[in-house]
Design a protein around this ligand. Structure first.
Ligand SMILES: [Zn+2]
Ligand SMILES: [Zn+2]
Length: 341
């Protein structure tokens, strides 16, 4: 016990927290200024820079390198055969394990920055019956690699097969370089749009009970919680890749779309606001907005880059006032539904 309290002294580090040790910053993430009126070009440029650098660029680079160096020949993928499908499955598993482990090992195993910029005062749960193997980490790895890895690969394999057979519209980057780059940069926005609506659907009680509950067993979240989902949720979640069946695109776009869905939740759920190197905050970390979704459930279904939550009145910035407003709304809607019944 002495060790735990000594460790928790790290929480008294002058970071913005409530009295229980939960992250509670003053300056909160604002909605995307692209939707402001009148437009403020300087704010838009700043948003665009943060949208692209450094993370989106890093994930794009991984996708380009994957397709250029680690992709089977198109001619091979015209028919489904075990060799190239198994190759893509193993490639995806390695990528997933390397990327998610990097976040996990640095922040949660090595505790390289202790509680600096950490959202919650707790580490991952052990000895809890609601998790497989009684261990949150092993449970999260299982659902991410087995269900997530298989369904991600399945979407990718069928899409590559469809490209190889010219069943879906192909975009030649040499002929349409601008369109190619714009589409690549826009995939993250498409994913945020798709994620919001799929996520709203998953909070519809029958689907929540059938699948999404599994992701929400993680209240205190870590990198491996990100893709820890029920197969029903994975099928809906990765379906954003199907846009490439309709809109002319290149296999790089489709692979990036799937990889973005598979690899970025580790960051979103990493549980730390920033990555510290040599005592300084060097890189943007997780999504505090989504962290609050795990804590309060009925808010923050999307992200502020497309501020649906602001437009539909479900945004929660972590403050006591927002929490009170959410509870009042919940109480009022409960009263309406019981008096209507
Ligand atoms: Zn949810
Ligand atoms: Zn989540």
């Amino acid at each position: 016990m002495a060790d735990v309290s000594a460790e928790r002294e790290g929480l008294m580090d002058g970071m913005p927290r409530d009295d229980r040790g939960y992250w509670q910053p003053e300056g909160l993430k604002l909605p995307n200024p692209v939707f402001d009126w009148p437009p403020n070009p300087l704010k838009i440029v700043k948003w665009l820079y943060n949208y692209l650098f450094p993370w989106n660029m890093i994930y794009m680079l991984i996708a380009v390198l994957t397709v250029v160096y680690l992709q089977p020949e198109m001619s091979k993928m015209t028919t489904f055969s075990a060799d190239w499908i198994a190759y893509i499955f193993v490639r995806n598993q390695i990528l997933l394990i390397v990327v998610v482990s990097a976040w996990h090992l640095w922040l949660w195993s090595r505790k390289s920055q202790g509680f600096q910029y950490k959202y919650t005062p707790d580490w991952l749960a052990k000895g809890k019956k609601q998790f497989l193997f009684g261990n949150q980490l092993y449970d999260n790895i299982f659902w991410s690699c087995v269900s997530g890895g298989i369904i991600w690969t399945a979407y990718e394999v069928v899409t590559l097969w469809a490209y190889a057979n010219e069943y879906i519209p192909y975009l030649d980057p040499a002929r349409h370089p601008v369109y190619f780059v714009l589409m690549l940069c826009g995939i993250q926005l498409w994913r945020l749009f798709h994620f919001y609506w799929v996520h709203r659907l998953l909070h519809w009680p029958p689907l929540y009970k059938a699948g999404h509950y599994l992701h929400h067993r993680n209240i205190n979240i870590g990198p491996w919680s990100g893709l820890s989902m029920h197969p029903i949720e994975h099928i809906l979640y990765f379906s954003g890749v199907l846009i490439h069946w309709i809109i002319p695109s290149h296999p790089i776009h489709a692979v990036f779309n799937g990889q973005h869905a598979a690899l970025t939740p580790a960051q979103g759920h990493a549980g730390f606001e920033a990555i510290v190197v040599n005592g300084k905050s060097m890189l943007r970390g997780a999504s505090y907005f989504h962290q609050l979704h795990h804590r309060y459930f009925e808010c923050n279904y999307g992200e502020m880059d497309i501020p649906f939550d602001v437009w539909f009145g479900t945004s929660h910035n972590g403050s006591a006032e927002d929490h009170e407003a959410m509870r009042a709304k919940r109480f009022a809607s409960h009263k309406v539904s019981t008096s209507a019944a």
